[in-house]
Design a protein around this ligand. Structure first.
Ligand SMILES: [Zn+2]
Length: 122
């Protein structure tokens, strides 16, 4: 067994394992008794954000990064599994704070840009 064979084997194991862990995690989440979509988590400082699109104030929510559609497609194409694994991990490395009303970008209320927005809205 050559060294490159070992590397290849390890890479396949990692990617394959990632696929099954993710698949099982999805299935468990989907079929769990009484499953209903969770209400979006609200950041503790939600009130200190204003939306740059609809000017909604204090209605910030957390959103998972990236797209579930892209993730699913990457996992469906066997050749893109390494990218799928990286993408899946990246999606779960942090959350975005977006507007709960329109999904637009939010900024802190006390920022200069927010003050300009508030002025324009008056
Ligand atoms: Zn908005």
């Amino acid at each position: 067994m050559k060294f490159t064979d070992v590397l290849e084997y390890i890479a396949l194991m990692v990617v394959g394992l990632g696929f099954w862990v993710l698949l099982i995690w999805w299935l468990v989440r989907f079929f769990r008794k009484g499953y209903k979509p969770a209400a979006p988590a609200v950041p503790a400082n939600a009130a200190s954000y204003i939306c740059t699109v609809c000017n909604e104030k204090g209605h910030a929510v957390f959103k998972v990064k990236g797209s579930g559609m892209i993730e699913a497609v990457l996992w469906l194409l066997v050749l893109s599994w390494p990218f799928a694994l990286v993408y899946s991990i990246w999606r779960r490395t942090g959350r975005l704070v977006v507007c709960g009303a329109c999904g637009g970008q939010v900024i802190p209320v006390d920022s200069p840009a927010a003050k300009r927005l508030a002025k324009a809205a008056d």
